[in-house]
Design a protein around this ligand. Structure first.
Ligand SMILES: Nc1ncnc2c1ncn2[C@@H]1O[C@H](COP(=O)(O)OP(=O)(O)OP(=O)(O)O)[C@@H](O)[C@H]1O
Ligand SMILES: [Mg+2]
Length: 307
């Protein structure tokens, strides 16, 4: 649905997006994750046709964003980092204006308005001036504007910024609900945001893709396998050797004054039960068994904080 090939953007001598290539399939939600200044917003602006790439190509539904810009833009709903709202219009005036621009027939107006009021929870403020709305409500109106013409593709730049926790939860639900019918790219530097909403994530750092996979696969890939820590009250003198002898165990290291062990097992193999059985059988006194999983956060920090 979205195909990006060798995309780069330079401002003066500075390369801020550096040779990105990726695809987003129909119905998928892709998350752009990366620190401030990584190039997320710049990439999104090029996808929606707001900025011209220095090099590379973007195809939407097989149409080139550069050569068939009107066509591709009509397929996209865009929530910019700072939604350009008209403070002197009321919510309903603004959304009706957006609908007229998108060429939706008059007959469908009411239907579309009712849908976004419901989806974004703004029915109660439809008659109010946008300039008088709170930040969270302005963000909701921005999102409503992005989805008002029911576009196939949604590009959402930090969609939940400024929202309260309840609303974040609701908007995440809304975004998940839009997937399937819609193809979505959203950006965030909030990890739970991405892991809870997206099917796949691309981690961008200094304009380059440093990782691209499903959230689970990323955590697994960088976790270095299957590791956990056990603590026992009275380890036998041969405890280390006995643990190492369990089939599927790759390595055991003694930690914490001899009562703790870091056990590494072959990836994808469940060895905790065997280990616990041994400890109980030998009466070493099991005090704890804790998985040492790497979260997406560990992966993210590892990939973006090197050097
Ligand atoms: N029009 C511009 N002219 C010059 N530099 C720019 C321009 N737009 C963006 N940049 C630079 O490009 C880099 C990437 O910016 P971008 O806004 O894409 O980052 P981001 O990943 O969206 O960051 P954030 O998480 O803070 O939103 C930054 O260093 C920024 O200063
Ligand atoms: Mg940004």
């Amino acid at each position: 649905m979205i195909r990006v090939r060798g995309l780069s953007k330079q401002f003066g001598a500075r390369v801020v997006v550096d040779n990105l290539s990726f695809e987003v399939n129909k119905g998928e939600i892709l998350g752009f994750l990366g620190p401030n200044g990584a190039g997320k917003t710049t990439t999104m602006r090029m996808i929606v046709g707001f900025l011209t790439p220095t090099s590379g190509e973007i195809f939407i539904d097989n149409f080139s964003v550069e050569r068939e810009s009107l066509r591709t833009r009509s397929l996209i709903g865009y929530l910019p980092e700072n939604p350009p709202l008209y403070n002197e219009l009321t919510v309903v005036e603004y959304l009706s204006f957006a609908l007229r621009l998108s060429g939706v027939t008059k007959k469908k107006f009411k239907d579309r308005l009712d849908t976004v009021y419901q989806t974004c929870g703004i029915g109660d403020v439809s008659g109010r001036l946008i300039g008088n709305l709170s930040k969270g409500y302005r963000q909701r109106v921005g999102l409503a504007q992005a989805i008002i013409h029911n576009p196939k593709i949604l590009i959402l730049d930090e969609p939940t910024v400024g929202l309260d926790p309840k609303q974040i939860h609701e908007i995440r639900g809304v975004i998940r609900g839009l997937a399937g019918e819609h193809t979505i790219i959203l950006s965030s530097h909030i990890l739970p945001e991405v892991s809870k909403t997206c099917d796949r994530v691309i981690i961008i750092n200094e304009g380059k893709i440093v990782a691209s996979d499903t959230c689970d696969a990323l955590s697994n890939r960088y976790s270095g396998g299957n590791r956990f820590e056990i603590t026992v009250a009275r380890p036998g003198s041969d405890a280390l050797e006995r643990l190492k002898a369990i089939s599927g165990v790759l390595n055991v290291v003694n930690i914490g004054s001899g009562r703790g062990f870091l056990v590494e097992g072959r990836r994808g193999l469940e060895i905790r039960e065997e280990v616990a059985n041994l400890v109980v059988r030998e009466n070493w006194g099991l005090l704890g068994l804790k998985a040492m999983e790497f979260s997406l956060e560990d992966v993210y920090l590892q990939l973006t904080m090197e050097e």
